[in-house]
Design a protein around this ligand. Structure first.
Ligand code: HEC
Length: 617
């Protein structure tokens, strides 16, 4: 066959090299953006006036660069190494695989640039403009297709590294497409976003990363065979992970049954996660990348446990919308997936010179995550305590409270982790792929420390299972819930907030999303103590006409559902947008707020935002 001739080791290495090099470039950029973004919560005035550097634009730029750029390309590079190596087959059309990488990289870079230029679509992790989405989806889909075809020559596999790498590569484009499909409004768009984020981060990226971790462990043991526990862990993780999505909606306006699914599956996810990590831990003896793999495992366990805790209703009534949400991104992404990617890169690069990057990534992420968790707890307790003592701090002065100290520590941790990402980029770009060890290890571990081997999984079964389980989750926690009639049955609130196209308020609603107000302000009032004083509890129909979706993810600043009732003067709103630290609340300048100045926007845009805010009554 002609493809066989094409698949010389040189081209295989070239494909891996392309993915890793792209990942290296994004790692450097993502680290810089993430650090800048974290510093903005400490010094909101730094860089004020430069539109592309404002908080609400940098945040989506940084996260897209981390998830798809650094981790996505890096872990796909690992998959391009793992699949031919473990299936024993030549890589099918490696040049097509590289072309997919280039298309995806160009689309991602262009899309991130567009977000910086003010063309965000909204939807957390799915902000890129549609044309960039299409390019990225085709590129990622091509990568998955090349990997599937390559593995198809192997009849079956008993190697967890191969299962996770292949399935993860398939889930990444599927999760991305599910989250990026346009056309959903209001609450349905929020349900879609919860599913897209979970399918992309928890299911796809973490699976690719688990595959990389298993591979590194297997390479040094010269035995890639899994155990029964790994086998069970793989299928149950594949089944459960995406179903945890609705935990991102707890106490929000979505249907109770949907939220209960999210809670239940977040609880159950702990079991396969523990099983997999126990299984992996049994393979690390004498391994050079032992510490990084263990650290990644620790972050992984911390993630599933915290994810479970945050899904429960009573803890979530305190931690939701606080910096806990950020910790729950940092821990799985930088902590688990990042550590395991570094372990893989260090394995590939012959181990030399990787020490400080691993230490900095683990410690920086740990520090940042701890500050986010502690700060979130303090903020959440302050909100509830304020209501209980009859002085709600859900809006107005004092909202930010003692958060600044935690923001400082989180920024330090982020900067340290970003240095590690830059170090990763430098190492990957410096090392030529010639260092890659290419001999194929025929599995031959010693029998005594190999417990019950895993039943092998047929490759077609693996693929059908991965796609089938994904489809099942997508239908159940995304498709069917969006058919819920109340979501699209407009209430009086929805009628009052439907702005005719072309009006100032409609422009303001768009700007509210493209300028990233949604990363700091929510528009949902929950039926819990913390939200007393914010107005009537939000119901699904309130959002029936809302497009782009503005339910929000975090409360760095107050909930704005009914801000028009609190602040009725357009003049005051304009002053707030221009100089948040001078003019808000009587203009005495004593209240510290981390809201950025929007002085860089033209007068008409500012007026539009003020008009929109005023209409939120
Ligand atoms: C970095 C986070 C951040 C971003 C981004 C941000 N804000 Fe704020 N915002 C805050 C904080 C913090 C406060 C609270 C200030 C205070 O109470 O002292 C606030 C306060 C407000 C208030 C007054 C709230 C009230 O309850 O009366 C309004 C209105 C507001 N922001 C609108 C916006 C709009 C519109 C955007 C986008 C153009 C935006 N904010 C972007 C953090 C942010």
């Amino acid at each position: 066959v002609t493809t066989q001739a094409e698949a010389t080791p040189t081209t295989w290495r070239a494909a891996v090299g392309v993915y890793l090099a792209i990942s290296a470039v994004f790692a450097v950029g993502a680290g810089l953006l993430a650090t800048w973004n974290a510093l903005q919560l400490v010094w909101p005035d730094v860089g004020a006036g430069a539109a592309p550097l404002t908080f609400g634009r940098v945040r989506p730029m940084a996260l897209n660069a981390i998830v798809y750029g650094w981790l996505g390309f890096g872990l796909l590079g690992a998959a391009f190494h793992i699949v031919p190596r473990l299936s024993g087959a030549a890589l099918w059309r490696p040049r097509l695989g590289s072309a997919g990488a280039v298309l995806a990289a160009v689309s991602l870079a262009g899309g991130i640039g567009a977000v910086g230029a003010g063309y965000s679509q909204g939807g957390f992790l799915f902000e890129l403009p549609v044309i960039a989405d299409v390019g990225l989806a085709i590129g990622l889909g091509t990568a998955a297709f090349v990997l599937i075809r390559s593995a198809a020559t192997a009849a079956e596999s008993d190697q967890p590294a191969l299962w996770f790498a292949l399935a993860g590569a398939v889930w990444l484009p599927l999760g991305f497409v599910a989250g990026a499909v346009p056309g959903f409004r209001g609450l349905n768009a929020a349900i879609q976003n919860a599913f897209g984020v979970t399918a992309t981060v928890t299911l796809a990226v973490l699976s690719l990363a688990i595959g990389a971790a298993y591979f590194v462990a297997g390479e040094s043991r010269r035995d890639h065979r899994g155990t029964r526990v790994a086998h069970l862990g793989f299928w149950s993780f594949a089944f459960i992970a995406a179903w945890t999505a609705p935990r991102l909606l707890v106490f929000g306006p979505a249907a109770d049954w949907l939220e209960t699914i999210g809670v239940t599956f977040s609880l159950v996810l702990v079991i396969p996660a523990l099983a997999l990590m126990v299984d992996l831990a049994g393979r690390l003896r004498g391994l050079a990348q032992r510490r990084l793999l263990i650290a990644g495992g620790g972050f992984f366990i911390a993630f599933v446990v915290l994810n479970m805790v945050s899904s429960f209703r009573s803890p979530s009534s305190i931690t939701r919308f606080t910096s806990w949400e950020d910790a729950l991104l940092f821990i799985p992404l930088l902590g688990a997936a990042g550590s395991w990617l570094l372990a893989f890169a260090s394995h590939l690069g012959g181990r030399v010179g990787w020490r400080w990057q691993g230490i900095a990534l683990v410690e920086g992420t740990f520090l940042a995550a701890l500050a986010m968790l502690a700060g979130g707890l303090q903020q959440g307790i302050a909100w509830v305590g304020g209501v209980n003592s009859g002085e709600p701090v859900t809006a107005g002065p004092g909202f930010v409270g003692g958060a600044t100290a935690w923001y400082v520590i989180a920024a330090m941790g982020t900067a340290i982790a970003a240095a590690a990402m830059a170090g990763y980029g430098a190492m990957v770009l410096r090392r030529s792929s010639d260092d890659v060890v290419l001999e194929h290890t025929t599995a031959a571990g010693d029998a005594e420390d190999a417990p019950e081997p895993a039943p092998p999984i047929g490759i077609p079964v693996l693929m059908r299972g991965a796609i089938g389980l994904f489809a099942l989750a997508a239908v159940s926690v995304f498709g069917i819930p969006t058919l819920d009639a109340p979501n699209t049955t407009a209430t009086l609130v929805a009628d009052a907030r439907e702005f005719a196209p072309g009006t100032l308020a409609a422009l303001g609603a768009d700007l509210y999303v493209t300028e990233g107000c949604v990363y700091c302000h929510t528009q949902q009032v929950r039926p819990i103590i913390a939200d007393v004083g914010l107005g009537a509890v939000s119901v699904p129909g309130d959002y029936a006409r809302q497009s782009p979706m503005a339910l929000g993810y975090r409360r760095v600043g107050p909930d704005l559902t009914n801000v028009g009732q609190r602040t009725t003067s357009t003049r005051l709103l304009l002053e707030l947008l221009r100089a948040p630290r001078d003019s808000f609340d009587g203009g005495d300048g004593t209240e510290w707020s981390v809201m950025p100045s929007y002085d860089y926007l033209p007068d008409n845009d500012l007026l539009a935002i003020a008009e929109y805010l005023g209409a939120l009554d």
